[in-house]
Structures are given as structure tokens and as C-alpha cells.
Write a protein that binds this ligand. Structure first.
Ligand code: ATP
Ligand code: MG
Length: 429
């Protein structure tokens, strides 16, 4: 069918046509906004989950909801190249421009002036011009150079400006596990102080499963400061909805058996669902989408994952890590035991500690899409990764039938190689 009208969106942060299965988190966000808007306090949120489960699109939806309610919103992605000061300042610019109107109240003028001082604290040459006279306004002072003090002052004055408009201030931080420890401490302190003053402000942070631990290490009270929400793979019913709803928009239907096939192959993992949905659509001749369309779409989708998603992770692994992963792959969909893996490699368990730690760390602290198998690894990701690793081992046996990318059957090679892989483990660095 026409790829131009294809309604699926595999990728990073690409909003799906149907954002399904996130009712609980969105309800919590909605309640927080409504509590704050009615002068009550609300807990800020931490969202955590594996790569590709949909944290960014959920965070963006939350930002849109706040914007639609007229809130001041800043959405940032923590990056090692930029400081949080810089990111928050720049992310607020558009909201500040919207605030700046002739005749606005004193708290808004104060916030604008404080924002200018915050901007000056990280940008010596650039400045903002809001087109309003701030010469007689109070405010400023968010340029001491102490991040916690400056961020606190900025968000306090902005909350005041938001309150003057009958709304609140929302700060959303993606990839928050990459925030430096000191910035995480500052953020927690600022939220804590804002809660005590009942400032109309809420923060949502999204990140990998390591985020709750990092937040807890930043401040001991963080476990009570935030409401923690996991972002997981979708249930079977939700996975079907994620396929059906976008197609409905284009007046296309799926056969029930086709839905079963894609829902099962994806394990409910949103990124795989979008990939297989997209490929199934593209290979299908005409609606309705049949099971054989789905089977071909899944095979094509796995091929795309093999050359992108898995390839990138594999290439980032060291020789020792690849060896370790191959030894883990023997366990198929089951969790691996470190002692058993060490025995397979003929090594002592202690000697493999750094390799194992580095694999775990890559899953939790590398930039987007670079992670590898998390621990514990959910079955849907594990089985796909295991299949891929076995393919690599199989390819080394010089059996063309075992290589991925074989025309027509990119995903079947490993199955036919089956138990032979056992004997390969550890041989190919
Ligand atoms: N609830 C959902 N329903 C349907 N599709 C979704 C859902 N959530 C995410 N997706 C799709 O899954 C893919 C990954 O989403 P996203 O980039 O938000 O994941 P992520 O958790 O932020 O990943 P990363 O940790 O790598 O940044 C996108 O293609 C997106 O369209
Ligand atoms: Mg993301």
C-alpha cells in the first residue's frame, strides 16, 4: 500500500498516531495539573523504562497537555554537551515571549527580568529582547553562578508569573539519567523548596531504569518528592490498538490473524510495533491487511532492525562483551546466570565482573539507542537480541543459510542453526 499514507512511525521520539496504554501516567499528570491550578500541591513525576518503550513521546504528550491548558512549559533533553542551566534557559524562551505583552502585571515583568539575568549567567554575548520596558521592574539576580540558587530564583519568579495568569509552570526533562549528579541534586532541592512554598510548579523527568536510583542518590527525600511510574511494553490488547487505530484513520482494516502475528512478534514493544506496522503496510497490496502481509512485514521489519537497532548496539560492544553476549544467548528467552555464563566461557566469574558491569552500564547510561541488554532483561527484548546474536555467531560459520539478510528470509537463519550455536559460543571475539 502507499508508503506516503503509511500511518506508523518507528523512530526516536516520533509521536505515534495512537498513543495507547498510557492512561495511568496521563491521568496522574492531569490530576497534578488540576490540583496545582486549583491552588493545591502535587507530586512531581519520574517516568522510567527501557529504550524504545515510549518515554519521550509520553513526555511530549504531557508537555502538550500543559501547553493546551495555557501553562508555561519548558521541555528539555539532558545532554552531556550542554549544561542544565543552558538547556532550561533556552527552552523557556518561547514561553517568555508569549508572556511579554504591553500592560502585563508586575509578577510577569519580574519574571522576565529574572529570566534575562539567568540568560546572562550562561550566555555572555546573546541577550533577549521581550519588547517591554523592564527598567523599573523588580527581579533579576538569577546570575550568581550557583546553579541551585539561580534555577530556584528563575523558577520561583516564573511560577509567580504563571500564578498571575491563573496557570502553572511545568518543566519536563528527558534522558534525565544523563543529568550530572550536582544538577540532579539542584533540581530536587528546587522542587522540594517549591513544594514547601506551594509554588504552582510541577516537574516530570523521564529516563532509563537507572533514573530512580540516581534520583535517590541525589537526595534522600527524593523517594517521597516524586511519584514514580514505569513505562513498559504494551499488553496484547494495547498492541492491537496501536496497530488498528492508525490504520482506521486511513480507512484500512487488519485481519485478526495479522494483528495476532504482529502483536506477538513485537512482544508489545512500541518501537517494534511501529516498525512491523510500517513494513506490513508497505508490503501489503490492498486492504484488508492479511496474515501473509503481516508475516512478510515482520520479516522485513526484523531485517531493518538487524541492520540498525541491533547492528549499532553490537558494533558498540567490545570483543569481550560480544563474547559474553554470545554466551548469554545460549539461554534463549531465559535469564542468564553469571556463574553458568562464566563456565561456558571457561573463565572465573570474578574475572568477568567488569565485562558484565560494562554491559549493564551501557544499557543504562549511554546515549539514546546505544544501550544493550538491560538487567533484568524482559523476554521480548531478550528473544529479539538473542536471535540477532545467534545470527552473528551463525554468520561466522560460513553457512550462507545462517546469515541474516538472506533474501526472502532474513529472520529464519538462526532457527535452522538451532543447537549448533551452543558449540560456537565463545569462539568468535
Ligand atoms: N504508547 C505508544 N503507543 C504506540 N506507539 C508508541 C507508544 N509509545 C511509543 N511509541 C512508538 O515507539 C517508538 C519509540 O518511542 P520513544 O522514542 O518515545 O521511546 P523512548 O522510550 O523515549 O526511547 P529512548 O529511551 O531510546 O529515548 C516510536 O516509534 C513511537 O512512535
Ligand atoms: Mg526517548
Amino acid at each position: 500500500m502507499d508508503p506516503v499514507t503509511n500511518p506508523y512511525s518507528p523512530g526516536a521520539g516520533r509521536p505515534p498516531v495512537a498513543l495507547v496504554g498510557r492512561k495511568r501516567q496521563l491521568e496522574a499528570w492531569d490530576i497534578a495539573l488540576r490540583r496545582i491550578a486549583s491552588g493545591r500541591d502535587a507530586q512531581s513525576m519520574v517516568l522510567y523504562g527501557l529504550r524504545g518503550v515510549g518515554k519521550t513521546v509520553l513526555l511530549s504528550r504531557m508537555a502538550d497537555i500543559a501547553r493546551d491548558a495555557g501553562w508555561l512549559v519548558a521541555q528539555v533533553e539532558a545532554k552531556s554537551a550542554k549544561s542544565a542551566r543552558d538547556m532550561v534557559g533556552e527552552a523557556l524562551h518561547d514561553a517568555l515571549v508569549d508572556l511579554a505583552r504591553p500592560g502585563v502585571g508586575g509578577r510577569i515583568l519580574k519574571a522576565l527580568k529574572t529570566a534575562l539575568s539567568f540568560k546572562a549567567s550562561y550566555d555572555a554575548v546573546g541577550t533577549w529582547n521581550f519588547g517591554v520596558d523592564l527598567s523599573g521592574a523588580p527581579g533579576g539576580g538569577a546570575d550568581t553562578g550557583i546553579f541551585e540558587a539561580d534555577l530556584g530564583k528563575l523558577l520561583r519568579d516564573l511560577s509567580g508569573a504563571a500564578a498571575e495568569q491563573g496557570v502553572g509552570l511545568a518543566l519536563l526533562v528527558d534522558e534525565a539519567q544523563d543529568l550530572p549528579h550536582e544538577e540532579l541534586i539542584a533540581l530536587c532541592s528546587v522542587v522540594h523548596a517549591a513544594n514547601q512554598r506551594r509554588d504552582p510548579m510541577v516537574i516530570a523527568m523521564a529516563g532509563l531504569p537507572s533514573l530512580p536510583r540516581k534520583v535517590a542518590e541525589a537526595k534522600s527525600y527524593a523517594e517521597r518528592l516524586f511519584a514514580y511510574h514505569t513505562v513498559d511494553a504494551l499488553t496484547e490488547g494495547e498492541a492491537r490498538e496501536a496497530l488498528v487505530q492508525p490504520a482506521q484513520v486511513e480507512h484500512v482494516t487488519w485481519a485478526a490473524t495479522a494483528l495476532d502475528a504482529v502483536a506477538e512478534a513485537s512482544g508489545g514493544y512500541p518501537y517494534f510495533l511501529q516498525q512491523f506496522g510500517q513494513d506490513t503496510w508497505n508490503v501489503a497490496g490492498a486492504p484488508p491487511i492479511t496474515e501473509s502481509d503481516a508475516r512478510l512485514g515482520i520479516a522485513t521489519g526484523f531485517h531493518a532492525l538487524d541492520t540498525g537497532f541491533f547492528r549499532i548496539r553490537w558494533d558498540r560492544a567490545t570483543a569481550a562483551e560480544k563474547q559474553y553476549l554470545r554466551a548469554m544467548a545460549v539461554d534463549g528467552d531465559q535469564q542468564s546466570n553469571s556463574g553458568v555464563v562464566a563456565a561456558r566461557l571457561g573463565k572465573r566469574i570474578n574475572g568477568l565482573g567488569p565485562t558484565r558491569a560494562s554491559l549493564i552500564n551501557k544499557a543504562s547510561s549511554t546515549p539514546p539507542t546505544m544501550g544493550w541488554l538491560p538487567t533484568p532483561c524482559p523476554p521480548w527484548l531478550r528473544s529479539s537480541s538473542v536471535r540477532w546474536i545467534r545470527d552473528r555467531a551463525a554468520g561466522a560459520r560460513a553457512d550462507p543459510a545462517c546469515r541474516i539478510g538472506r533474501p526472502g528470509s532474513p529472520t529464519d537463519g538462526w532457527r535452522r542453526c538451532g543447537g549448533e550455536m551452543m558449540s560456537n559460543v565463545g569462539e568468535h571475539a
